[in-house]
Ligand binder design. Structure first.
Ligand code: ADP
Ligand code: MG
Length: 329
């Protein structure tokens, strides 16, 4: 069917065919100059944008279906970090050419994740150009409950969700810097291409976590954002962070590699958050209820330093470099 349409298909057929579905939450979705979204009394909109550029955020080898998933997942991850419930998103898309099969797969990856979180596509923009995907997500959270980076308190525990470092491991295999058994690579590649936004955990942590951020550029770098915003320091047990690397359970990796991947890997889309020591069992219950594992990896301190401890409790030098678009080569 798509092949028949190819010769005649234009910008508006493309939107109609691949990106228009009835809105469930929005008053008005795709098709007019603006979408309309009502905000219930007492709620505020949580809004965030993330852009994906080929070669920077994804490799040309990624399937369009996985790319559709990832484009939305990295955005939903920001809502998770804020403790917001997803409602809607906008999709700005630059495409070098109109390839119906690619669009069909890409939109399916997008719809599958959108449906899992009941998040409506309510509008966007479409243009010809080098492949670039920019999504803006909108979520709801009540004013008192939003999780912010600025609330960490001295004495709080520091936690991470899920597993860290596997996405970076897959990237390093692609780059030819690491070799692992194919089953390990396949699992790590899925973590890189199909990250899981921790929405349920973010919602469950409302009222418990004093601060939160999602881990996109690397654990230590994203933790530093919390420390800076909260005006505090931290002590991190690096072995507890390294232990989250799922790949290491199925192949031998030197400790130095495990540390590099988990402390500064990037592309994890897990949450780093803080909570008072007295709420440990409540945090465990929130993690269980949301079906997400969490690991306690350190503590907030009053000094403004970030101290890394090895498994014997000795200080380690922090040579770990998180991702920065203008500093990282
Ligand atoms: P305008 O010219 O007012 O910017 P467009 O003509 O670009 O609007 O888009 C027409 C309608 O299609 C709008 O409702 C817009 O939000 C929607 N739209 C455009 N591109 C996309 C897309 N990639 N995904 C979803 N909706 C889109
Ligand atoms: Mg218009």
């Amino acid at each position: 069917m798509f092949e028949l349409m190819l010769g005649r298909m234009g910008e508006f057929d493309l939107i109609e065919t691949f990106f228009k579905r009835p809105a469930r939450h929005a008053t008005l979705g795709v098709g007019d100059d603006c979408a309309l979204l009502a905000v219930p009394t007492g709620q505020q909109l949580a809004i965030s944008s993330d852009m994906l550029v080929e070669g920077r955020h994804f490799l040309s080898t990624v399937s369009p279906r996985h790319l559709g998933h990832k484009a939305l997942a990295v955005n939903l991850s920001d809502l998770a970090a804020c403790g917001a419930r997803p409602k809607a998103f906008l999709l700005a898309l630059a495409l070098p050419e109109l390839v119906p099969h690619w669009l069909s797969e890409f939109s399916q990856g997008l719809w599958d994740l959108a449906d899992a979180h009941q998040c409506d596509l309510i509008g966007g923009d479409t243009t010809r150009g080098p492949l670039n995907i920019c999504i803006t997500v909108l979520g709801e959270v009540s004013a008192a409950q939003a999780l912010l980076r600025s609330g960490a308190q001295v004495g709080d525990d520091i936690y991470v969700s899920g597993t860290l470092g596997d996405a970076r491991l897959a990237l390093e295999v692609f780059r030819g810097h690491l070799e692992v058994p194919s089953a390990v690579f396949d699992a790590a590649r899925l973590r890189m291409e199909m990250p899981t936004p921790r929405i349920a955990l973010g919602l469950a942590l409302r009222g418990l976590a004093t601060s939160a951020a999602d881990i996109s550029d690397g654990f230590l770098g994203d933790l530093q954002h919390i420390l800076k915003a909260s005006g505090v320091g931290a002590t991190i047990e690096t072995a507890s962070v390294a232990a989250t690397l799922a790949s290491a359970k199925n192949c031998h990796l030197p400790l130095s590699t495990q540390l590099n991947l988990t402390l500064a890997g990037g592309d994890d889309y897990e949450l780093v958050f803080t909570a008072p020591e007295g709420l440990r069992s409540a945090v465990t219950a929130a993690a269980m209820a949301s079906g997400t594992s969490v690991s306690r990896v350190g503590r907030i301190t009053g000094s403004c330093d970030l101290i890394l401890l090895d498994s014997e409790g000795n200080h380690m030098a922090n040579h770990f470099q998180s991702f920065d678009h203008f500093k990282t080569p």
